[in-house]
Design a protein around this ligand. Structure first.
Ligand SMILES: [Zn+2]
Length: 325
């Protein structure tokens, strides 16, 4: 890992403060780490999602700075993907921190089953953490000064949850809705349902009609209606071509790894993904006519064509600020 390539604290940005209730802060960074949403609660803090492990120190420093040194009392996770829970272990070391996770992940976390948690499938890293409480759809949570409903948001992940504050119509949408898209529908590449669930999650967001959406990645945005329309179109396209969905999953995984390492030879990239079960699943189910290496070479070419990566001699390098769409 090339720590030097990670950005220092500067790129972290807060949402336009006028849009948020007092004492609520959105900490946004690059795509490697999810956004963290920080709530001031008297002399203590609660944070929703903690980013990827490579940013854990930065996450702790940001929470300390934005929270003006108050102790962190609670971590809440929308889902257990490595880019949303990677800071849990480090932040929990800092004192009496209660961790609350979606109930669907309880057993896998208790046993630290990296297979079920998906860290082996994606070949991503995540330091072990425990939990103190579970979170279920239908629960109500007091966060800062607001009362937040816990909502089911399957599709990208079967156990994912969103948080909604009805008075101000603020939605913490996790990876169910971004301003331009949503998280890859991983379950479908292994024959598990995901498209139907994602549509249900979008239907729910459309019914809520939030006035502000704080997505899992990217800046907060106000026009939820337009984002939902774009998301339906994208979902239609993916659902009508599962092969396209599989290609998208590969691009997401490769781009995520490139964001960590900065650059690598294509040979090293292929070696890395030999550890990733999802890459093998996609290969066997969709691209068995290619070798494993050819499939990933094509993925690299597609990322380059989209401007998300560039070839420099034998190496492929991540292009900053470019996603995978
Ligand atoms: Zn996710």
């Amino acid at each position: 890992m090339r720590a030097a390539l990670l950005s220092p604290l500067a790129p972290a940005a807060e949402a336009p403060s006028g849009a948020l209730p007092p004492g609520m802060h959105v900490l946004e960074r690059g795509w490697l780490s999810s956004n963290s949403v920080l709530f001031e609660e008297g002399d203590r803090l609660t944070v929703v999602d903690t980013g990827y492990v490579l940013h854990a120190r930065q996450t702790a420093a940001l929470i300390d700075r934005v929270g003006r040194g108050r102790p962190l009392a609670r971590i809440i996770n929308t889902h257990l993907h490595s880019d949303h829970v990677g800071g849990n272990a480090r932040l929990a070391r800092s004192g009496a921190v209660s961790i609350q996770i979606p109930a669907g992940g309880a057993d896998a976390v208790r046993r630290w089953d990296v297979e079920r948690l998906g860290y082996r499938a994606t070949a991503q890293r995540c330091p072990r953490f425990g939990f103190d409480r579970l979170l279920r759809a239908g629960d109500m949570l007091r966060l800062g000064a607001g009362c937040w409903q816990v909502l089911a948001a399957a599709g990208h992940d079967p156990d994912m949850l969103m948080l909604y504050e009805a008075d101000r119509r603020i939605l913490i949408s996790a990876d169910a809705l971004w301003e331009h898209g949503f998280g890859a529908i991983f379950p479908e590449i292994e024959g598990e349902p995901g498209f139907v669930e994602q549509r249900r999650s979008l239907d729910l967001i459309a019914r809520l009609g939030p006035s502000l959406v704080i997505p899992g990645h990217g800046p907060p945005f106000r026009d939820a209606g337009a984002a939902v329309r774009r998301a339906y179109q994208r979902l239609d396209a993916l659902q009508s071509s599962p092969e396209r969905n599989a290609r998208h999953v590969l691009k997401v995984l490769v781009k995520f790894w490139l964001l960590q390492v900065g650059q690598a030879t294509v040979a090293r990239l292929i070696e890395h993904f030999r550890q990733a079960r999802y890459a093998h699943s996609v290969h066997q189910r969709y691209f068995a006519n290619l070798t494993f290496g050819q499939m990933l070479e094509q993925t690299v070419e597609q990322l380059c064509a989209a401007g998300a990566a560039v070839m420099e001699g034998p190496k492929v390098r991540s292009v900053d600020g470019a996603g995978t769409d």
